[in-house]
Design a protein around this ligand. Sequence first.
Ligand code: NAP
Length: 265
Amino acid sequence: MDVYGLIGNPVEHSLSPPMHEAAYDELGIDARYVTFEPAEGAAGEAVDAAATLGLAGLNVTIPFKQAVLEAVEPDDLAARIGAVNTIDFSGDRPTGHNTDAIGAVRALEAHDVDLERDAVVVGAGGAGRAVAFGLATEGMDVAIANRTVQKAHDLAADVPGASGHGLDALPELLSGADVLVNATSVGMDEDRSPVPTDALHGNLAVLDAVYSPIQTRLLREAAETGATTVDGAWMLLFQGVEAFERWTGRDAPVDVMNRALRGRL
Ligand code: NAP
């Protein structure tokens, strides 16, 4: 039996175990997915232990996504983002990948969103960083708007072709944009949106990284303008799909994983 795992703190309510185990069951893969809460500061030791114990793959969540870099060989994208959420133990040395970035891209692609022109990413924390790199890697021009403006400038300096702004620039930035991603925590467990309602329009595709609740105020208001809306569970789904495919070398049963995930939200 193969064992896959997740390290983070907290991981008690993680949706990854049911999502991955539904995929193992569907494809007849003899595997289990277990969660671990290492002590703070023990990220590297946890990765070494997972390798020693023969885990087949490890996901990494907050607060360890940066700290595990010391214990893995990151691929180019993960190194540029500076964060790893998926570790593969199949080579001589554990390799680190960032499937949050690809998860956001695949979530939009699954909704037939064209990723060619102008994107606005609200937020410059961990999710904002992954999403901004993901969209820029697809060739989009990315504008990053953040409450703390300096963090938007710092992130924009790292992302090819990106620009950094305060939240007050959102109406102007959005007037010509095709894609909007909320990568702040605004809207999580509260009925608030980080984007002024009248800045939204029907030519946008809007992805909200927040997935609790699944229908955020931002998505409701965007839908009212006729915009395409993509909820945060799609991004969560596709980061898991991407990890599953990397680990197993098989096409993920996306619909089965999606049902397992949404059944618990
Ligand atoms: P983080 O690193 O702590 O960053 C939080 C971001 O939210 C920062 O840009 C922060 O701005 C902004 N923010 C917080 N409160 C705000 C407020 N009242 N007004 C305006 N901006 C505010 O968190 P994270 O890891 O990036 O996560 C952000 C969200 O994305 C969370 O809801 C998380 O659940 C979600 N997420 C979803 C997925 C997925 O797969 N769907 C993956 C990762 C994360 P400042 O810099 O000014 O503080």
